[in-house]
Each structure stands twice: as structure tokens, then as C-alpha cells.
Design a protein around this ligand. Structure first.
Ligand code: MG
Ligand code: MG
Length: 317
């Protein structure tokens, strides 16, 4: 269980080398400007901002052998892995501020190594509009931010699939996705074949966000002891979160997103977090960054009412 005494480490990874449209490199600073550190401190958490990791510039090169910017993505993921691992070793709760979603390979490689050394089992809750399960052959673009799930489950370039202590970094049966509403044609088959649990927006419409998140957390709680939450900001409906490069309509509303985050907090399972794909170039006066900060507050226990005795909600179907 995450304790309120555990310090939070903020780690910035200002890059967009894995994305098709540029600007996610400005994400870490937008989250700082929106007051992420201050919000967590207001929740009585100690916060250490470790600054930004560094890596190669975006060369804006064309696709090569199936991928765009593979050497650059590999370099950034290596730097992220080392920084997130250092925070975990220090006993901190790491929050990776991206940056595009290819960086999740680095943060999950760190989580996997940390868990592997301690006989813990990592699990992943993937909040996203996209399944991010493309491989070179299925990807229309070669952009690696559309491939991190296939990579961590063992399919892709070896320099990335072998970034953890073993491959796969995390097997598909320990990953649950929520919010999905955009999957490329061949990618659909890969997702089904993988056996990964996916709550797409159709299911969320039918069973409600509450039931989807409850089932996801129940499933993951039975499979591991370290839950990593990776939050692609395009998970949110673009009407409330325009600041992403790849908006997809029909996403969670403000309240659905808040409920999701509150339930993750109440579960006590979350041990590390990514906030990725925030792109200030597409934002409106930093409102998406401010919303992301609000949602992180809920992930760390902000409640509408100050209830004594901690989480009060007992979910029953
Ligand atoms: Mg996405
Ligand atoms: Mg994504």
C-alpha cells in the first residue's frame, strides 16, 4: 500500500522522438507550470523534482527498417529506465512526466527490474485512447509511440524488448487497458491474440466506468504486487483535454476520469506512474496540463469531502 510518508519523485523526459507530431517534449514543463509539485505537497506528500533526463534531439528523420527514430527512442528509454530505477531504489514513488508514450518502455523496464530483484510481480494499468500494440509490419507510420505495448510484451526491436531484466518486460496477461477507442486494423488482431484484457469505450458505455475499473483492479490485484499506471493523456475526451497530438472523440468525461483515478487510489495498488503524451502545442492555455494535475491529485487521495479514516467507498456490484 502506498503510504503517505513515501516521497514522490518527479522525473521529466522532454522528448517527442517516438511521436508523429511534435510537442510532447514540452510536457514536463507544462506539468510543472500547472503546479504538479505544489498540488502533491498540498496533499502532504514530500516531493523531490529530480529534473529532466536528457537524450538526443528529434532528428525528424523518415522511417528506416520499419521504425522512426529507433536509436533516439532507445537512448531516451535507457535514460528514463535509469532515472526511474534510481528513484525506486531510493524508496520513492516515481512519476515520469513525458514525453511521448514510447517512454513507457523505459519506465516499465525500471519497474520490472526493481520487481525482479525483489520477487515482486509487476502489473500495468494502461489508460489510453489507443492500444499502442502496433508492430513495424502493422504500423502505418513506424512511430514508436504506437508500439510500446507490443514491445513490453516481447514483440519489436531487441534493443527495446530487452531493456528489462528479462523479455517480455511484462507479459500481456498482466496488463489491462481502459479507454481504448482507436485501434488500427491489423493491430486489432494482435490485441486479441495477445489475450490482454481491454475495456474499450463500448464496454465502458455498457457496464460503466465504475465496473470496468473495479474489474480491472480486481484482476490486476490477483496477479501482482506492484501496479504501474501509465496515463496517456489522450485517454480523456478531447472536449476536456485538447492538449494531445492524437485526439480521438468519445473518451471518458471529466467525472468518469475522476472516478477512475479515485478508485485507483482507493485500491492502494499503485506504486509508480507515467503521465505521457501531453502536448502543449495543441493545448488551450495549459488547461490539459491543469486537468492532468487535478487527476493526479485524485490518484494521490484528493477527495471531494474530507472523510475521516481514509477511503470510504466499498464497491459492491
Ligand atoms: Mg494514445
Ligand atoms: Mg499511448
Amino acid at each position: 500500500m502506498t503510504t503517505t510518508t513515501q516521497r514522490i519523485s518527479l522525473i521529466g523526459a522532454p522528448t517527442d522522438v517516438g511521436a508523429g507530431r511534435r510537442g510532447a517534449s514540452m510536457g514536463p514543463e507544462a506539468l510543472r507550470v500547472a503546479g504538479l509539485r505544489q498540488s502533491l505537497m498540498r496533499l502532504r506528500r514530500a516531493v523531490l523534482d529530480r529534473g529532466n533526463v536528457s537524450g538526443p534531439i528529434n532528428p525528424e528523420s523518415p522511417r528506416l527498417d520499419g521504425y522512426r527514430h529507433l536509436p533516439e527512442v532507445t537512448a531516451w528509454c535507457g535514460a528514463v529506465r535509469d532515472a526511474v530505477y534510481a528513484a525506486l531504489i531510493d524508496g520513492d514513488f516515481p512519476i515520469l512526466m513525458g514525453g511521448d508514450h514510447s517512454l513507457a518502455v523505459g519506465s516499465l523496464a525500471a519497474v520490472a527490474r526493481y520487481c525482479w530483484e525483489r520477487d515482486l510481480v509487476p502489473t500495468v494499468l494502461w489508460l489510453d485512447a489507443h492500444s499502442d500494440f502496433n508492430v513495424a509490419e502493422s504500423s502505418p507510420t513506424g512511430n514508436l509511440h504506437g508500439m510500446p505495448v507490443s514491445i513490453i510484451t516481447g514483440y519489436g526491436p531487441p534493443e527495446l524488448t530487452q531493456m528489462g531484466p528479462e523479455a517480455p518486460i511484462v507479459p500481456a496477461e498482466r496488463i489491462v487497458q481502459i479507454g481504448i477507442r482507436s485501434v488500427d486494423q491489423v493491430e486489432k488482431e494482435l490485441v486479441v491474440e495477445s489475450g490482454m484484457i481491454v475495456y474499450d469505450m463500448r464496454q465502458i458505455d455498457e457496464i460503466t466506468m465504475r465496473v470496468a475499473v473495479e474489474r480491472a483492479l480486481d484482476y490486476l490485484a490477483k496477479r501482482g504486487g506492484h501496479l504501474h499506471v501509465t496515463f496517456d493523456v489522450d485517454f480523456l475526451d478531447p472536449s476536456i483535454a485538447p492538449g494531445v497530438p492524437t485526439t480521438v472523440p468519445g473518451g471518458p468525461t471529466y467525472r468518469e476520469a475522476q472516478l477512475c483515478m479515485e478508485m485507483i487510489h482507493d485500491s492502494g495498488l499503485m506504486k509508480s506512474l507515467d503521465i505521457l503524451e501531453l502536448n502543449p502545442a495543441f493545448d488551450d492555455r495549459n488547461r490539459t496540463a491543469e486537468l492532468a494535475v487535478e487527476l493526479v491529485e485524485s490518484l494521490f487521495g484528493e477527495q471531494i469531502l474530507a472523510r475521516a479514516g481514509g477511503p470510504t467507498t466499498k464497491y459492491t456490484l
